[in-house]
Design a protein around this ligand. Structure first.
Ligand SMILES: NC(=O)c1ccc[n+]([C@@H]2O[C@H](COP(=O)([O-])OP(=O)(O)OC[C@H]3O[C@@H](n4cnc5c(N)ncnc54)[C@H](OP(=O)(O)O)[C@@H]3O)[C@@H](O)[C@H]2O)c1
Length: 205
C-alpha cells in the first residue's frame, strides 16, 4: 500500500520506519520538500513531496503534524476523494493543555477541515518512540481506533496490528474526545516516571 505521511517529525518518522518494515511504500508530505533537511528522506525507501502531492499519491494519508500546523496541512491536502485520513495529532495548545474535550475533539476538528476524507483517530495515545516496533514481550500495547467509517477504521486497525499493537475500534470519531485525554495521561505518566516506554494494555478474563 502507498502511505502518505504528512509531517516528518517524531511520529512521522517512527510510523514510516514501521510501515516500511511492513513493506508499504511511503511518501512524506512536508512544507518545503527542497529543504536541506530532506536531502536524505526520513526513511530510506521514502519519497519527499509537497503536502498536496503526497496526499494525491497516497492510498492512505497519515496526519502527524503539530496541532498549530494541522489546519494548514489538512487544507493543503485538498480533496482526498474518500481516502482514509489517519489522524495521529493531539490538539495540544498553550500551557500544554488540550484545546478541545468532552464536547469536541481534535479528530472531529480535522474532519471539519478536511475535504473528502474518512477521518480515523489512531496512533495518538503512545509516545513516538514506541510506534515503529512496540515490543512488550508476550503482551501487546493497546491502540484505540476511533472513526465513523468502518472500512477506514479497518485500514487503521490493520496497520496498527501489523506494527504490533492490539488495535481495537472503540467507536465513532467522537470517541477521540476520550483518546485525546488518554494521550495526556500517557504523557503525564511518561514524564513522571521518566520512562517513555510505558504503554496501556487491555486485560481480559
Ligand atoms: N511525539 C510523540 O511522542 C507523539 C505521540 C503521539 C501523538 N503525537 C502528536 O503527533 C503530532 C506530531 O508530533 P511530533 O512529535 O511528530 O511533532 P514534530 O516532531 O514537531 O514534527 C512535526 C512535523 O510536522 C511538520 N509540519 C509542521 N507544520 C506542518 C504543516 N503545516 N504541513 C506539513 N508539515 C508540517 C514539520 O516539518 P517541517 O517543519 O519540515 O514542515 C515536522 O517535521 C502532534 O500533533 C503530537 O501531539 C506526538
Amino acid at each position: 500500500m502507498q502511505i502518505a505521511i504528512i509531517g516528518a517529525g517524531n511520529v512521522g518518522r517512527a510510523l514510516g520506519q514501521g510501515f516500511a518494515r511492513l513493506g508499504h511504500g511511503l511518501i512524506y508530505g512536508v512544507r518545503d520538500p527542497k529543504a536541506e533537511k530532506y536531502a536524505e528522506p526520513p526513511v530510506p525507501s521514502a519519497r519527499v513531496a509537497t503536502v498536496a502531492d503526497a496526499g494525491a499519491a497516497g492510498e492512505v494519508v497519515v496526519l502527524a503534524t503539530p496541532w498549530a500546523g494541522t489546519e494548514s496541512a489538512v487544507t493543503a491536502l485538498g480533496d482526498l476523494g474518500g481516502k482514509p485520513l489517519l489522524d495521529a495529532t493531539n490538539p495540544i495548545g498553550p500551557g500544554f493543555a488540550l484545546t478541545a474535550g468532552h464536547t469536541d475533539s481534535g479528530g472531529e476538528q480535522v474532519a471539519r477541515w478536511a475535504t473528502g476524507a474518512r477521518v480515523v483517530k489512531v496512533f495518538n495515545t503512545i509516545g513516538a518512540d514506541n510506534m515503529s516496533a512496540p515490543d512488550y514481550g508476550p503482551n501487546r500495547a493497546f491502540m484505540p481506533v476511533a472513526g465513523d467509517d468502518e472500512a477506514a477504521c479497518a485500514v487503521a486497525v490493520g496497520l496498527a496490528d501489523g506494527l504490533g499493537f492490539e488495535a481495537t475500534r472503540i467507536g465513532g470519531l467522537a470517541k477521540a474526545r476520550l483518546t485525546e485525554p488518554l494521550a495526556m495521561l500517557w504523557i503525564g505518566l511518561a514524564m513522571s516516571s521518566k520512562d517513555r516506554r510505558v504503554a496501556f494494555g487491555l486485560l481480559r478474563r
